[in-house]
Design a protein around this ligand. Structure first.
Ligand SMILES: [Cu+2]
Length: 156
């Protein structure tokens, strides 16, 4: 290979420009990588695993954490009383509780509202990971604050 310093000056600066734009491309690729979501579930929870697989299929980088006792995690996540579900997840500083659709998580990450997170209380049949044949119950995604107040984020 020709040593760089023996190349004509113009060609040399062109090569340097090209390599620095390659570095920029790599860096912007990293910024656009799949968002990482950390999901806490009990080892026996099947619908939690189905929701995790659904998120993988929708472009999330899923890190599954299994624990027998989710209570301390739900406490620290400040899930509003009576509005909890089976699994608790964390993404980009937000809490995602229960069977929240991927589109709502993506909207949350885009809009970045001042909030603690999203929850789908209970486990509505027909929500992602809770598929049971053709049955699909209507449900709401709630956005909640640290103080436990909630508002409707979306309806499905
Ligand atoms: Cu569930």
């Amino acid at each position: 290979m020709t040593p760089l310093h023996t190349l004509p000056k113009k060609l040399r600066s062109l090569l340097l420009t090209l390599s620095s734009s390659a570095v920029l491309l790599i860096l912007s690729g990293a910024a656009m990588a799949n968002p990482e979501i950390e999901i806490f579930k009990s080892p026996s929870c099947g619908c939690c695993t189905k929701w995790a697989d659904y998120l993988k299929d929708n472009g999330f980088d899923v890190k599954l954490k299994e624990t027998e006792n989710l209570n301390p995690i739900k406490m620290s996540a400040r899930i509003p009383a009576g509005k909890g579900s089976c699994h608790t997840a964390f993404i980009d500083g937000y809490v995602i509780e229960g069977h929240v659709p991927a589109e709502d998580i993506k909207r949350l990450l885009e809009e970045k509202p001042d909030a603690q997170g999203l929850t789908v209380p209970g486990m509505p049949v027909g929500s992602p990971g809770m598929e049971m044949g053709a049955r699909k119950d209507a449900y709401q995604v709630l956005i909640f604050q640290k103080d436990g107040t909630t508002e409707v984020f979306s309806e499905h």
